[in-house]
Design a protein around this ligand. Structure first.
Ligand SMILES: NC(=O)C1=CN([C@@H]2O[C@H](COP(=O)(O)OP(=O)(O)OC[C@H]3O[C@@H](n4cnc5c(N)ncnc54)[C@H](O)[C@@H]3O)[C@@H](O)[C@H]2O)C=CC1
Ligand SMILES: O=C(CO)COP(=O)(O)O
Length: 355
């Protein structure tokens, strides 16, 4: 890295992209932000404010917004892609003519593409074939980052240059960037936890207590780890910020959009009404469908994802689903210590009289 200011491009004009662009500029980088809406780009350039997504946030005035991909990517050394998963590939394709192999390309998006069950950094890799690819994930509510609340994230890449560049670009006294080489596990954690945030929001709206939330989060972690192992990921990653860390924040806070969708459902709104009222992306709604299908296909036991799917898409009342889950087969606490099969076998051996 030279002494020249780093050149950073952020693709996406939403709340997370805006917060990251401003941090990089605070750290002295030359930052360009790409977004679709010319009026919003003009507002960012004129007022240094993203009135649509983070209206109370005073952005670093050095961030220059543009609707022109060429302008934004010209000279960029680090490219952060903060675009919802549904549009991620389309935007990377739009950017592709200005991307090159020496750039660091990082996804900040916590979602899954339906075709091929692809994570976003896999899309970056497929669309470019370039070597410096990574993902940022962790307990990172954009609105809290905007308030400069002390926050930590993870940059995951098997490429050391990618990790170092991102730690340098974004690390500051309120945003600490930890490194991981488990890109797949970190990215999977960020996508999966959105499912359980919806369930947690719903449980809260139904008046369920703190014991319930704690049970839900812990069983969510068990389920996420089970899925991760099946997919060939390292379950230890789920003990870090991108696993348990992100699960805690999104299952506890109405600042999470996924949690808010769950709350609205628990208050009796339909899924369409809940998503419409949010007006922003809640990745978990799509992710639960994809993960539930994938788990069924691969034979992975995921009762929470299955239950939430039935509540969201098949009209099963949430309370009824909670009751069924509570009365489900007795199971093991930590499967890496006592397997589910051992618990089931013990029940069979005892003639099933205790369960
Ligand atoms: N907001 C947050 O607290 C965090 C968000 N993330 C992740 O970051 C990703 C992006 O999220 P946010 O910035 O929060 O989203 P957002 O909902 O605030 O904004 C999404 C942005 O993407 C743009 N967009 C949507 N479709 C597009 C298309 N076809 N072409 C171009 N632009 C398009 C929208 O116009 C908007 O600027 C999500 O996957 C989310 O999971 C990750 C950590 C924190
Ligand atoms: O991922 C997030 C916090 O880490 C943001 O969560 P939501 O997308 O639910 O707002």
């Amino acid at each position: 890295m030279s002494d020249e200011p780093m050149q950073v491009a952020v693709l996406g004009g939403g709340s997370f992209g805006t917060a990251l662009a401003s941090i990089a500029a605070d750290n002295g980088a030359r930052v360009r932000q790409w977004l679709r809406d010319p009026a919003l780009a003009a507002q960012i350039n004129r007022e240094h404010c993203n009135g649509r997504y983070l209206p109370d946030y005073a952005m670093n005035p050095g961030v220059v917004a543009s609707t022109e991909m060429a302008e934004v990517l010209e000279g960029a050394q680090l490219v952060l892609v903060a675009i919802p998963s549904k549009a991620f590939r389309e935007v990377v394709r739009q950017a592709r003519p200005w991307l090159h192999a020496a750039q660091i390309l990082v996804s900040t998006t916590k979602g899954i593409q339906e075709e091929g069950f692809k994570l976003m950094s896999q899309i970056l890799e497929e669309e470019t074939g370039f070597p410096h690819i990574g993902v940022i994930s962790g307990p990172n509510l954009a609105s809290e980052i905007a308030q400069k609340q002390l926050t930590a994230t993870v940059i995951a890449s098997d490429d050391p240059d990618t990790r170092t560049w991102v730690q340098t670009a974004l690390g500051c006294d309120y945003f600490r960037v930890y490194a991981s080489n488990d890109r797949y596990g970190v990215e999977l954690g960020g996508a999966l936890k959105n499912i359980y945030a919806i369930a947690a929001g719903m449980a809260a709206a139904l008046g369920m207590g703190e014991n319930t939330r704690s049970m839900l989060m812990t069983r969510a972690l068990a389920e996420m780890s089970r899925f991760a192992v099946d997919q060939g990921a390292n379950p230890m990653t789920f003990l870090g910020l991108a696993g348990v860390g992100d699960l805690i924040v999104t299952c506890s806070s109405s600042l999470s959009r996924n949690y808010r969708v769950g709350q609205a459902l628990g208050e009796g709104r339909t899924l369409d009404e809940a998503v419409e009222a949010l007006g922003q992306v809640a990745e978990g709604v799509n992710t639960v469908r994809l993960v539930r299908d994938k788990a069924r296909q691969d034979g992975v036991y995921m009762p929470l994802a299955e239950g939430l799917y039935q509540v969201l898409f098949e009209g099963v009342p949430a309370r009824e689903m909670a009751r069924m889950l509570m009365l489900g087969e007795q199971s093991s606490d930590v499967e890496f210590i006592l397997s589910r099969e051992d618990v089931q076998q013990a029940h069979r051996d005892s003639g099933g009289q205790d369960g």
